[in-house]
Design a protein around this ligand. Structure first.
Ligand SMILES: Nc1ncnc2c1ncn2[C@@H]1O[C@H](COP(=O)(O)OP(=O)(O)OP(=O)(O)O)[C@@H](O)[C@H]1O
Ligand SMILES: [Mg+2]
Length: 477
């Protein structure tokens, strides 16, 4: 039996022929419908969805098998057509192949041969879809290893990815723009048992509702103006794999209802279709909006929120794990250095410090863009403070971030600014105390517990070998 059963339409005016093909293909696990002439076949093709159509070429009536081939290519281009013809009229069969039929079956045929040809046709169809997806995927080579980070927050994300990858549970990834949500979605898919099936992305905010609906669920010809052919939806394309609903907070309300329905029961109909299609798709959704707030404002359905939020993953903003910046810098220098044919680039400590102090509102994406620019523009192998200074907040001569004394017209992010100052002074105090926390705490007039809390918060670790000797005693708080 085949692993993936297909829906097949057999078109032949001879009843015996229809019966044999139905039995043989049914035995191989497929579900088979039949039509006795081209007219009936066209009706079926217009209203139902088939993976394969097998049609006789010579049939009585106004229309013949050639019209069936043409109609399938026009109406349902994703469907594979096989033609049946007597040996004597093989040339006509070849003509049909020119029109787009996949292969010719000559009568009388051998049953096993028919079964194998159908399997081959289905494989070819699957490969076409996978090649298309592969082309899309090659743009962003996906692997878990593309995600860089040794900080505790990132390590927690990695652990979570490994765990959820093994399940088929719905995942909701939240986090500011540029924090790596899409990378996480890919990492989940490519570490899951679904890795050999498609990873399909759809941006829920990128198109108007009717178009998005047809993208997701597909449509039948004539179901709306411009629907000139039947079309598979992305839920069908992603069958067996993962569908990544990006910017899910932007999904129009009508789509939210439909998503809720497929999440409850993984089946749907194409727009204008009558047949229910069942799929096995793992959903990963992402958003940079606060969905609970969107729910409170009535912009996002609460029931959909709960259906999506089965396993939440929150991506931390880069400013909360600046300890990962040196590693990310190294990672991007290797990537862009190779592309620009500039291997072995080095970064001066002052430049690295400026990069670590920048607030990175655009998160890792902003850091990535800055490094791409710097690599392109740097004249030699060494990246200096001068090379990065124009892209990051100007540090003052002693390397500390400038503290504004007034609010600029565009406003400022107070929390971020204070975090930056705090982090910087914590690092300085540790440097000055040679890594001894008790001394660093004294310099900052903090007790050690409070210092430790802050070091954890910013993921600052004293430099190697210089950590505080005996664990300092707690001072009275
Ligand atoms: N931890 C990381 N390690 C390496 N590269 C990363 C990491 N996080 C993000 N990136 C890179 O930063 C860029 C932005 O990541 P991604 O597109 O996944 O962000 P996003 O959270 O989906 O952003 P948006 O909300 O704007 O769509 C990508 O080029 C990605 O490769
Ligand atoms: Mg994204």
């Amino acid at each position: 039996m085949v692993t993936v059963p297909a829906r097949i339409l057999v078109v032949d005016d001879e009843r015996g022929m229809r019966e044999i093909l139905s039995t043989v293909l049914g035995r191989d696990g497929h579900s088979v419908a039949t039509a006795a002439d081209a007219q009936e076949a066209l009706q079926c093709i217009g209203s139902d969805i088939f993976d394969v159509v097998i049609t006789d070429l010579k049939m009585p009536g106004r229309l013949g098998g050639m019209e069936v081939v043409r109609a399938v290519k026009d109406i349902a281009p994703d469907t594979v057509v096989l033609v049946l013809t007597a040996y004597a009229t093989l040339e006509v069969g070849i003509e049909a192949v020119k029109l787009g039929a996949y292969d010719v079956l000559t009568k009388p045929f051998n049953n096993d041969h028919v079964v194998l040809t159908v399997r081959k046709a289905l494989d070819a169809k699957r490969l076409t879809v996978e090649n298309l997806l592969l082309k899309r995927e090659l743009k962003g080579q996906a692997s878990f290893e593309n995600l860089v980070g040794t900080s505790e927050v990132m390590q927690k994300v990695f652990t979570l990815i490994r765990r959820v990858a093994e399940t088929s549970s719905t995942v909701l990834i939240c986090g500011e723009s540029g924090t790596g949500k899409e990378l996480v979605a890919r990492a989940i898919h490519y570490n899951s048992p679904r890795r050999d099936r498609p990873f399909v992305t759809v941006n829920c905010g990128a198109m108007p509702e009717p178009l998005l609906e047809s993208e997701l669920f597909g449509h039948m010809r004539g179901s709306f103006t411009g629907a000139v052919a039947n079309k598979e939806g992305l839920f069908e394309v992603a069958d067996g794999g993962t569908l990544f609903l990006d910017e899910v907070a932007e999904a129009p309300s009508g789509i939210q209802v439909k998503l809720l329905r497929v999440l409850q029961e993984p089946e749907f109909r194409r727009i204008g279709g009558t047949r229910t299609i069942k799929v096995d798709v793992r959903i990963v959704a992402a958003t940079n909006k606060d969905l609970t707030q969107a729910v409170a404002q009535g912009l996002f359905r609460e029931d959909l929120y709960y259906r999506l939020n089965v396993i939440p993953i929150t991506m931390p903003p880069l400013r909360s794990h600046p300890g990962d910046i040196p590693l990310l810098v190294q990672h991007f220098l290797t990537v862009f250095g190779q592309k620009a044919n500039k291997p072995a680039l080095t970064v001066a400590p002052a430049a690295l410090r400026a990069l670590q102090q920048h607030e990175w509102r655009g998160n890792v994406r902003e850091l990535e863009n800055v490094l791409e620019r710097v690599v392109a523009l740097v004249p030699g192998p060494d990246i200096t403070l001068d090379d990065v200074a124009q892209w990051v907040q100007a540090p003052s001569p002693n390397g500390e971030a400038k503290v504004p004394t007034d609010i600029p017209p565009e406003g400022l992010d107070l929390e971020c600014l204070i975090d930056g100052i705090e982090r910087n002074l914590l690092v300085r105090a540790l440097e000055r105390s040679g890594g001894v926390k008790k001394e660093a705490a004294r310099l900052l007039k903090l007790n050690t517990r409070s210092l430790r809390y802050r070091l954890d918060k910013y993921d600052i670790k004293p430099a190697d070998g210089s950590d505080s000797g005996p664990e300092e005693d707690e001072e009275g708080d």
